[in-house]
Design a protein around this ligand. Structure first.
Ligand SMILES: Nc1ncnc2c1ncn2[C@@H]1O[C@H](COP(=O)(O)OP(=O)(O)OP(=O)(O)O)[C@@H](O)[C@H]1O
Ligand SMILES: [Mg+2]
Length: 410
């Protein structure tokens, strides 16, 4: 797929800017805070309907105008597609595909595929599990847009179940202190120890009816099993690709292991059979085991919102012990695997967005990336200076300068 044009109006620091992409690689060069990442963010929004920098649409609109607009035309094997996204300071977004308004976000999500690689991705290895969950979720959504809906459903059930557990904890806490107060005032008058029996502290009981919680357990397990299964399936396909790339970048001196460490562990046999009911049952069993801890903590402790993905290099955990170079190799291998997997599944090469990351890679890794991308993957690259680039990159690229929300030929 190939992004031909992008038109930004009242978006971030762009007032009204059209860009025509006329080479497979575009380098956006400019000083800090000029709008380079903003442009990539617009492409990200068209692809995923999400920005990794903000969850609020009002942040995306130029100086609090009532609305902002991103339009693009895209060339796919099936023909040209026009995409339009209207963001509103207040109110809902509007989406259009080939000029036709779309009601379902799902229909928009499968049109433009991108792989992003920024400095933030280096945190994939170093950072906490949430970053890794978001990363795999973004990838699954690109490959199976219905997953956006599944994930939303799971999160909604999780929020409601958490609210119930929290309320129950607060009621118990309230009862506990109320009883304690009564006990203290009675104790002050009649300090005989047997008085305590009159005000039993019921903190071991669950004040919300069991049947109500069981209802949420069942829903959580059903939605959660779907999340686990889809993460598992995509990782199964991604991991061998990442291992291959990692071997080739490290000159076969290092062996990468990637493991989906699901909070609800499912036996290999069930996973291999893609047994959704089995996963659901394992989920419910674990909820039973953790019931008391959940009541004490007042929150849901079981489920894919506590999943992680672990990386080891030559049997050593990359997170704690990997050198910076090793961590970079790992992230680059993951990104190349993403490109390859999306191309395999979608049948067309996705776009690659490289935000300020190329200068972070040494020449060997830059070349590895260059060889993989060739002319096949349209790539948008941001940088503050062209000095870090291989001469070959520069010759093959369209170079645009970005200054205070204005884009010009370099
Ligand atoms: N909603 C908005 N309205 C107006 N300006 C905005 C808005 N959101 C961000 N900006 C401006 O955009 C600029 C940041 O743009 P961007 O993140 O694209 O910078 P950059 O060129 O990628 O810089 P760097 O090299 O530091 O990464 C800042 O000056 C910021 O004030
Ligand atoms: Mg930037």
């Amino acid at each position: 797929m190939y992004l031909k044009t992008l038109h930004l109006r009242q978006f971030r620091n762009y007032c009204d800017q059209k860009v025509v992409f006329d080479a497979p690689k575009t380098i956006l060069v400019g000083n800090n805070a000029q709008g380079k990442s903003n442009l990539l963010e617009a492409v990200e929004l068209l692809s995923t309907l999400k920005s990794h920098r903000t969850a609020r649409d009002r942040d995306l609109i130029l100086d609090s105008n009532p609305s902002g607009q991103i339009d693009a035309s895209l060339e796919r094997q099936t023909g040209s597609i026009d995409l339009a996204l209207t963001l509103r300071f207040q109110g809902r977004r509007a989406l259009k595909l080939n000029g036709e308004p779309l009601r379902r976000h799902l229909d928009f999500l499968s049109v433009l595929n991108v792989v992003q690689f920024s400095c933030l991705d280096l945190d994939l290895v170093r950072g906490g599990p949430e970053g890794r969950r978001n990363w795999i979720d973004r990838l699954v959504i690109q490959l199976e847009p219905i997953y956006a809906h599944i994930l939303q459903q799971y999160n909604q059930i999780l929020r409601q179940r958490n609210a119930l557990l929290k309320r129950s904890k607060e009621i118990r806490k309230g009862e506990f202190s109320e009883n304690l107060d009564k006990m203290r005032s009675r104790d002050a008058q009649k300090p005989e120890p047997e008085n305590r029996e009159e005000f039993p502290i019921r903190n071991s009981q669950f004040p919300i009816p069991h049947s109500e919680l069981a209802l949420w357990d069942a829903q959580l397990a059903t939605a959660g099993a779907r999340v686990i299964r889809r993460r598992d399936r995509i990782l199964e396909r991604l991991i061998p690709l990442a291992r291959n790339w990692h071997g080739s970048i490290s000159g076969s001196t290092e062996v990468l292991e990637v493991k989906y460490t699901a909070n609800v562990e499912v036996e290999q046999e069930l996973r291999a059979k893609d047994n959704l009911e089995g996963v659901r049952q394992a989920f419910l069993d674990k909820i039973q085991q953790r019931a008391i801890a959940e009541q004490v903590q007042g929150t849901t402790l079981v489920g894919p919102h506590r999943d992680d993905i672990s990386f080891t290099i030559n049997s050593t955990p990359a997170r704690q012990y990997g050198s910076q170079g090793q961590q970079r190799t790992l992230v680059l291998a993951l990104k190349l695997a993403e490109l390859q997997l999306i191309e395999e599944v979608v049948g067309e090469p996705p776009l690659l967005l490289l935000d300020d990351v190329l200068a972070e890679l040494d020449l060997n890794r830059q070349n590895q990336l260059l060889e993989t991308i060739e002319e096949r993957f349209q790539t948008l690259i941001t940088t503050t200076h062209l000095g870090a680039f291989d001469a070959q990159w520069l010759r093959q690229s369209q170079i645009l300068s970005v200054e205070a929300g204005q884009i010009k030929q370099f």
